[in-house]
Design a protein around this ligand. Sequence first.
Ligand code: PLP
Length: 465
Amino acid sequence: MRTIIEPFRIKSVEPIRMTTAAERELRLREAGYNVFLLHSEDVIIDLLTDSGTSAMSSEQWAGVMRGDEAYAGSPSFYRFEESVQAIFGFRHVLPTHQGRAAERILCSVMVKPGDVVPNNTHFDTTRANVEFAGATAMDLVIPEGRIPSAQHPFKGNMDVARLRAVIKDVGADRIPFCMLTVTNNSGGGQPVSLANVREVSEVCRASGIPLYIDACRFAENAWFIKLREPGYRDRTPLEIAREMFSYADGCTMSAKKDGLANIGGFLATNDDRVAQLERDLLILTEGFPTYGGLAGRDLDAIAVGLREVLEEDYLTYRIRSTAYLGDKLTAAGVPIVQPPGGHAIYIDAAAFLPHIAPLELPGQALVAALYRVAGIRAVEIGTVMFGRHDPATGEETPAAMELVRLAIPRRVYTQSHIDYVAEAILGINETRGSLRGMRFVEQAPVLRHFTARFEEVAPQTASAS
Ligand SMILES: Cc1ncc(COP(=O)(O)O)c(C=O)c1O
């Protein structure tokens, strides 16, 4: 059979509240054209994020009921630890309430002011934690990883020559650890090859630099390796994941992605001394080491989710259904980051709306149109999120790329939901010349994308570029 079906039946449903175009127009204006400020009940298809939005399986809900809420030594923790160690193989596993807590503890223990942390591309919380510790976060993805239209099977790979040069320039003693983000979320959900993980590990080990993996989407990365890397077709996702982590000294993980859970994460390491320091900090800010900021029921849901996420039927469906949306858009000439990533499709809004200059926020204009036309919530990853605003002069600097991310929650939407999304985008594509740019009306000094308010630019002033 060529049709790839969802490898699950639906046992429990959550109604979607349908809205009218007039209602959506009203809600959009009330929200200042910022979809973060919408109520989720007013959204028909929510593609804001794949984080914490997974549908849990009946086995995970059974795990929730099994959850033991003992403060210390809960069996839920030991099931969680066993599940993590079976895949990741690290000696010490510290549960955290989500990924950024693992990053904060790692950076607090290992990073000092003046240090440099290389990564293929830092996710924004990882970058923020590195910078908060006084260090420089350096992105060393291969050049293809920075060009939306470039085709490469492993666009998330680190540029190893640049890594060598950075180690030589900065000195290994100023690099507390090196990181690889799998898949590379900020670079379009693109995978990292095992050959690249191995090579980065060799370079790091030769200089005594620990390698950490930001493992949020490790199963999706393992599946891309199986599909694309010579020599891995007959290996299971679990075997590939184990090999990937065998080259690392530790990892940070947000279980809200490939843990198939709604909350949770962990920090893992093989270093006994570092683990002790991290545990002390965990007790201070997260909780006792056998629950670390999570309820026992969350630990059980993650224990089961980590096993389910490596099932081949699930991964076949997951990666194919993301590509299904990407292929439909590509066939209609909609410019997207190529090839489709694991968890999301990224529309290149600058190429899609060339009549809207970067400072008139083409990504935000497209996000607003998606909601207006079809009640779809996406997120701008461009000048709104990463541009710079100088409060003294009012000067705006645009971001390097103007993307709109359509993140696909795991096991939540069916193929007909995705067909609906494609139809909406193809409809907008036909009248894209009529879309107007936007401008900020209000913005906060940090992380402005969450709370900013916008207005549409009058058609006659929208500048061509
Ligand atoms: C690559 C990557 N690292 C880290 C994080 C942070 O995880 P959390 O949201 O659980 O703090 C995310 C979340 O989206 C991510 O995508």
